[in-house]
Design a protein around this ligand. Structure first.
Ligand code: SF4
Length: 253
């Protein structure tokens, strides 16, 4: 199957079945989403949703968060991964928002990436979710699932994956495709044990074709070859036994 065809099936399926896919992080405004996305690196959305209500309550504005020390922020996020770094990032991010961006979350990816704790993936998430920009954030789920399905090909880095996805996805689908891939990776196409047997998109998935369809054919071929070999061996043994019996009868005569 050609890659363009896989993309067509991918868009058809998910735009029909998950037309309104969105982030599972809880937030009410761009500033809150920025906090949540920075915290979510290497951590589950479920965990982040447990800690953010208290942060949003006590630090409702960039000014309020900028006035807090990293040590104070740490006490709110001690249960998430890398709390030391993340508390410094949140503090630095809030200060830069106040000092450089008039306490507003910037919309441009280059500006977003200037903020402490904001890499390309986080910037793309904010740009696409908040500003509805056609930006593809590639995280571990997107990277893995896009590769398995065959939407990307031999992409070694998240940036290469992002570029390949952007090349094929129509602009208006990019911000949804990000969530489709994340949610599919989170609930079906799991990292260690993808649920291929019940996966509704297996029929256009490259991984499935390579690891199930082809593997099944190979197993059947190997079993057939083994059976033929056994039949040939039996035939040869029968023939030898028959010959020995014949010689034995001739000797007796
Ligand atoms: S068939 Fe398997 S590998 Fe392919 S998308 Fe579905 S779960 Fe993932």
């Amino acid at each position: 199957m050609q890659r363009a065809e896989r993309f067509r099936h991918f868009i058809d399926y998910f735009s029909t079945h998950q037309p309104n896919a969105e982030t599972e992080l809880h937030y009410d405004n761009p500033f809150q989403l920025l906090i949540a996305v920075i915290l979510s690196a290497q951590c589950t959305d479920k965990r982040i949703n447990q800690v953010t209500p208290a942060i949003f309550r006590d630090f409702p504005t960039p000014e309020a968060l900028a006035a807090a020390t990293p040590e104070a922020i740490f006490t709110y996020i001690r249960s998430v991964s890398y709390p030391n770094n993340k508390s410094k990032h949140l503090s630095g991010m809030a200060r830069m928002l106040v000092d450089v961006f008039h306490s507003e979350v910037p919309s441009h990816i280059n500006d977003l990436q200037k903020l402490p704790g904001v890499g390309r993936k986080t910037a793309n998430v904010i740009a696409s979710v908040v500003f509805e920009a056609p930006a593809m954030a590639v995280d571990t789920h997107v990277f893995r699932v896009a590769n398995r399905i065959g939407l990307t090909n031999k992409a070694k880095t998240t940036l290469a994956s992002e570029k390949q996805l952007m090349e094929y996805l129509p602009k208006e689908t990019v911000r949804f495709a990000h969530h489709w891939l994340i949610l599919h990776g989170r609930y079906t196409c799991l990292a260690r044990n993808p649920k291929c047997e019940t996966c509704p998109i297996h029929w256009f998935c490259r991984y499935y074709q390579q690891n199930h369809t082809e593997a099944a054919l190979k197993r059947a071929e190997a079993a057939k070859a083994k059976k033929t070999k056994e039949q040939q061996k039996k035939k040869k043994l029968d023939s030898i036994a028959k010959e020995l019996k014949k010689r034995s009868v001739e000797k007796d005569i």
